[in-house]
Unconditional design. Sequence first.
Length: 202
Amino acid sequence: MKLIGLDSALAHTGYCVIEDDALLAYGVIDTQPSQSDFERIAYLHDAIGKLFGEWGAFSANGDGAQVVIEKTDWSRGARNSRADWIIETRARESLAVGVTTAFSVCIETGVTPLVLGPNEWHREIGASRKEGVAAYVATVFADQFEVVCKESQRNGKRRFERIVRERATGKRVPDHVTDAVGMALVAQRRLQLEKRIQRQER
């Protein structure tokens, strides 16, 4: 069973391709703030289309990879101040445009995606924050990733955070990627369960 996972947003769209127990590909589609909104959407649209073409997203006859997309959750986030509200609004706008662009590619290519909300799939892997998702993904694909603690300063305070790195290169794996992989793993588990139930009912 092959799945393409998309953690879609206008600025940064994380993606992955998994099949059974293997992580075949992953990365981030980045658009540039210097581009117009039209140019950014067009670029993201084309990049997702190429990804679908390369990995064989579901066609009308059901062959190829299933696509799973994270939907925008408008209930999340805190509004502690006007500045926070502005940042939150811009982030949600980026998410909404990214998800809508991914949906438009699905419509054009005849793909019907699975759509999961963040709270929904986070709950299934027992992680409520991005750090927990990243640690879960690193555990599943321990041959490719490792979790390390990194010291940083925020507001003059010393803090430690867990990050995921590629074992081969030592490069940090972006949260957009680990979110896409975590969501795809949940979708894979659900599809496998559905198939098992269907076999038992026959």
